[in-house]
Design a protein. Sequence first.
Length: 442
Amino acid sequence: MGLTGLEIFKHLPKTNCKECGSPTCLAFAMALASGKASLDACPYVSEEAKAALDSASAPPIKLVKVGAGDHAVELGDETELFRHDKRFFHPTSIAVLISDTEDAAASAELFDALEFDRVGLHYVTDMVAVQCASGDAAKFKAAVEAVAGKTQKAMILIAEDPAVMEAALPAVKDRNPLVYAANAGNYEKMVELAKANNCPLAVKGKDLNETAELVEKIVALGYKELVLDSGARETSKVLADLTQMRRLAVRKKYRPFGYPTIAFTSKENAQEEILQAGVYVSKYASIVVLKAREKQQLLPLLAWRQNLFTDPQKPIAVEPKLYDVGEPDENSPVYVTTNFSLTYFIVEGEVEGSRIPSRILSVDTGGVSVLTAYADNKFSAETIAAAMKKAGLDEKVKHRQIVIPGHVAVLKGALEEASGWEVLVGPREASGIPKFAKERFA
Ligand code: SF4
């Protein structure tokens, strides 16, 4: 259980020097108790006080890394129960399951190609889980090595027999795989293996109580790089367990559940499996392991994950600048829009559809759409004229005509005055751009 603000306050220097960013030591203690500050922010805490405050200053959910180099994934280190309270920080890692009874190298090659681009964002499946279904240590080792040879992405090794794990783990220990899993019957040997190879360890109980007990035993053995599995596989039970673990870790600072979590899908039908995985991404799995591996199956899951893990205070935006569509020259049309990602990519798609090489000037509106930005004076004659100047349009374009969205036709006069360019009023909806472009520029 975490310390209260007053208990923490007793260990602070009480000089109210403000260097931590809080107005008083008491305010800092309160922020620390609620997980909204880090003890490192106070440079004057003694070593004795640090030791005493360890449980209060540790994040409610430990940060655990799986994988190595550019493909390492960070799990946990979450502070909120609800996204709107602040944000969620580390997106759920999506792991694709490969069995040692299939052609593991071929499957890993297909897995490695599972990458998607959508609204200017790049989506990837982050992890590959290799499962020992054969029960044969040599076969498992061969599959693990084959997968490691085909992808650099983070790995999970699934074998609950320590002898099988021991056969495969040393070969890929430099890749820092997640060792799955320590259970009530094997945990001492699994901890030994995880420690010897310096890899994170999954802990699997039969239920929440057994999981908590196992964590306490493993921590007592001196290992804390843990990922938790409550053992449930039925959707509503997994959801209840994940929610309970998150709630106890964040609200009560209950240490046995202060680690990232892993969930496995159980549905065989791909659509049902993706829905099940979507539930676990929503609340609150750090890793979801699933069998689906077709792009069209995974795309909705990755899109949902992307939306959930964005900062709710910050709209998704593209860089405000001048973009080329095709290979425009000094006679090509110029369109202007905002830097809200969805708006920009819809406009770009329609301009591309017109088949006339063009430029699109994306104005910095803080990532909000045309009408919202106009209402807030962020998409005005002045901001557009300033963006035109910054993009060097005068030097790049001969005809000195610019197309504004039909919704802000009212800006025409003021923008002509501010920029010295002729302003053409485009269609109200981006879908009208191809027809508009053919009539005006073809
Ligand atoms: S930096 Fe330390 S001593 Fe200074 S106000 Fe903050 S908690 Fe108190």
